[in-house]
Design a protein around this ligand. Structure first.
Ligand code: GLC
Length: 548
């Protein structure tokens, strides 16, 4: 019997960065009607949910991660009616919608902050985190905390003569999660969208919600590009009370059938899965917390295998893992792993890994066609992080360039000059071209997704590592009597892999070996960068003669 699993465990989630997906009104910025017009592509690909990066009204200092109204749609993205249409059209295609909720901070233009900063005795004053300067030196911030996007985490408000806290830009004041009324206002936001029918939330930087009551200084630890990296973040994030907030959010979302959350628990690269796992709160907190391990894995079978084993072991059989190769904050996987003529073959191996593991795969828009990180000239930089740290860090614009639909002007993304330049490989790297080529990366993603859906062992089975050897990662997924073996050759050279004796394996999907159909020997030859996915045939049953 196939265990009944909720959709967020069996489906594939596709992340859309709305500014860059499809423009419908010729302003160079992607929008909701644009997304609606591209739903067929997503349905064809076989994904089961879309995570939309923020679409709320925002002054766009951090491109939507600075929200000025939680319960409306930003005019550049469309209207509430457009959103309702998107929800209905997506649902009609069995695609769920996950909204990005940014609850650690608002925009400084949010009416709550405007009120809070209007006077010290405004009823909403404590919805944010205000503090006097250092005793005896009132013009100095109360402690040494740094902002993740540069500079001090405290901004002086001349009008009310106090500092307010901002973990990111000064235009993103942190809310005070210790305030009961603020909490209630956030619960209302969550109810608003759930009542409207959204299927879940991606929760931004959840581990920052609660700060130390005593605002103790962060100890220094090491050198890094940003002063933020020099500090040990003992007091400005991961406070134990945060888990209580996670549980409260869970309780609300649980009231609605078939909904979910996935939280971003920010940890320094290469990540801290032990810490991330705590945010599941043993099944009472986040439904899933992102595991970003793959974003920082070098191109080595052993590195990926270790990341998977660690995550799988940490979560055990009761909590549900997830994997992701790229997102809007990190350079795209295609570019990270690019190596000349091998780049495409590597992208196929990475996709096969992502889509055959136990855990929900998150696919970043454009990954399915092998979009690279764009090179953004300095005068076109948009991301505040890039503007501040260029040329040491060029920011996140490179992974946010417009989706490449076809070889027409601006890659079919917009009639107007797009807000970020289109990658110049778009005449050959685009959806329309790859739809035509049977062995394109797009069709490889499709085939993998289809296979994952057709084989319950792949979406719901257990995971077991067989071995990692000579840069080949081999593992098994099993559900009842179904056994599926996945062998991924990360090396450019051929390898021989041992297979268990007495089992006949039938190829389900592969990049090259497929022609052989059955693999009956106890050793199989894997060409360079080969992906081999094969199913164990029951002895004596369905035996396929290798000569046929
Ligand atoms: C998260 C988002 C990132 C944003 C930041 C501040 O890390 O993924 O894009 O800039 O939070 O909201």
């Amino acid at each position: 019997m196939t265990p009944h699993r909720p959709w967020w465990q069996t489906e594939i989630v596709y992340q859309i960065y709305p500014r860059s997906f499809q423009d419908s009104n010729g302003d160079g910025i992607g929008d909701l009607p644009g997304i609606i017009s591209r739903l067929d592509h997503l349905q064809d690909l076989g994904i089961g949910a879309i995570w939309l990066s923020p679409i709320y009204p925002s002054p766009m200092y951090d491109f939507g991660y600075d929200v000025s109204n939680y319960t409306d749609i930003g005019p550049e993205f469309g209207t509430m009616n457009d959103f309702k249409t998107l929800l209905a059209e997506a649902h009609r295609r069995n695609i769920r919608i996950i909204l990005d909720l940014i609850l650690n901070h608002t925009s400084h233009q949010h009416p709550w902050f405007k009120e809070a900063s209007s006077s010290k005795d405004n009823p909403k004053r404590n919805w944010y985190i205000w503090h006097n300067g250092k005793p005896g030196a009132s013009s100095k911030p109360p402690n040494n905390w740094q902002a993740a996007f540069g500079g001090r985490a405290w901004e002086w408000d001349a009008h009310t003569e106090q500092f307010y806290l901002h973990t990111f830009l000064k235009e993103q004041p942190d809310v005070n999660w210790r305030n009961f009324e603020l909490q209630q206002a956030m619960w209302d936001v969550i109810h608003f969208w759930l009542d409207l029918g959204v299927d879940g939330f991606r929760l931004d930087v959840v581990n920052w919600f609660i700060k130390d009551r005593h605002f103790r200084d962060s100890p220094c630890r090491r050198w890094g590009l940003r002063p933020y990296d020099w500090q040990q973040h003992l007091y400005d994030r991961n406070q134990p009370e945060t888990l209580e907030i996670m549980k409260q959010i869970r309780a609300i979302v649980d009231e609605y059938p078939h909904r979910m959350t996935v939280g971003e628990v920010y940890t320094e690269p290469p990540g801290d899965p032990e810490l991330v796992a705590t945010y599941y709160a043993d099944g009472k907190g986040l439904y899933m917390a992102f595991n970003f391990a793959f974003l920082f894995c070098p191109w080595q079978a052993a590195a990926f295998a270790e990341a998977v084993d660690r995550w799988d072991a940490l979560l055990g059989s009761n909590l549900w893992p997830n994997y992701t190769l790229s997102n809007h904050d990190q350079p795209r996987a295609f570019s990270r792993y690019a190596r000349g003529h091998d780049s495409l073959a590597r992208a196929r191996v990475a996709a096969a890994l992502l889509l055959t593991l136990r855990g929900t795969p998150f696919v970043y828009y454009g990954e399915e066609i092998g979009m690279r990180n764009g090179r953004i000239p300095r005068n076109r930089l948009q991301d505040p992080l890039g503007k501040r740290y260029w040329p040491f860090h060029s920011g996140r614009d490179g992974e946010r360039t417009p989706m490449q639909w076809d070889n027409s002007v601006h890659a079919g993304f917009s009639q107007a000059e797009p807000w970020l330049p289109v990658n110049n490989d778009y005449p050959s790297v685009n959806v329309a071209a790859q739809q035509q080529e049977s062995d394109s990366l797009l069709n490889w993603y499709r085939a993998l997704i289809q296979l994952r859906q057709n084989e319950p062992a792949l979406h719901s089975g257990s995971y077991q590592r067989w071995w990692v050897k000579d840069n080949v990662f081999c593992f098994e997924r099993q559900l009842n009597d179904d056994r599926i073996m996945i062998a991924l050759n990360f090396a450019p050279k051929e390898r021989n892999i041992p297979l268990p004796q007495d089992v006949t394996w039938q190829t389900l999907l592969s990049t090259q070996v497929a022609k052989h159909h059955t693999l009956a020997t106890n050793e199989t030859h894997l060409p360079g960068y080969e992906v081999l996915i094969a199913k164990a045939l029951s002895k004596g049953l369905n035996h396929v003669d290798p000569s046929t």
